[in-house]
Design a protein around this ligand. Structure first.
Ligand code: S3P
Length: 186
């Protein structure tokens, strides 16, 4: 007879990492996928591979609305995936009901970063970020702060929030497992 023994089933899982550009979604995504034994998908890379064009080139040629439609299409193809960590693009949760759909199909994790941290990370990477380049005005920090504020209502719908300055994989793993654990008979 098993006393005090809980049988824990982990269901099919999709973890969506969301957050502003430069919040570290790709870096955390890879480490988290390793820690969970899941596969890792970077939505931007998936987009670029699928459509054989870089995101900056796509923005330049077809504009943001077309990008958001195809971004939604690529994302939707993963709604029935299992055991995968998906690092989304910074704008993904804010268009086409994506945030609602991600919350329905998996566990959303928001990497919360300050405008200062975001700016320092964006400046440190050579990668072109069209949305950042499209921002008007000379004060980059203020631009990011304003833009982040407009996106926060979406980001804040995430099931789990972690500090982007210092993400702790072990704690995050526990929060995810708590969300997704079925304990029969309890
Ligand atoms: C975007 C962020 C980018 C990429 C695209 C649009 C945004 O991804 O999806 O350039 O709207 O914030 P990262 O967050 O990985 O830079």
């Amino acid at each position: 007879m098993l006393i005090n023994h809980k049988v824990v089933y982990l269901c099919k899982m999709i973890i969506y990492l969301i957050g502003y550009m430069g919040s570290g979604k790709s870096t955390l995504g890879k480490s988290l996928a390793d820690a969970l034994g899941f596969s890792w998908i970077d939505l931007d890379t998936e987009f670029e591979t699928r459509y054989k064009i870089s995101i900056p080139a796509f923005f330049e040629k077809y504009g943001e609305n077309a990008f958001r439609e195809l971004e939604h299409k690529v994302l939707s193809e993963f709604f029935s995936a299992s055991d995968v960590v998906i690092s989304t693009g910074g704008g993904t949760p804010c268009f086409h009901d994506n945030m609602k759909l991600m919350n329905q199909s998996g566990i959303t994790v928001y990497l919360m970063a300050s405008p200062e941290l975001i700016l320092s990370r964006i400046e440190a990477t050579a990668r072109k970020r069209p949305v950042f380049q499209l921002m008007q005005g000379n004060n980059s920090l203020q631009n990011i702060a304003n833009h982040l504020k407009s996106r926060e209502p979406f980001y804040k719908l995430a099931k789990i929030t972690v500090d982007a300055a210092n993400p702790n994989i072990s704690e995050l793993k526990i929060s995810i497992q708590d969300y997704n654990t079925i304990i029969p008979g309890v």
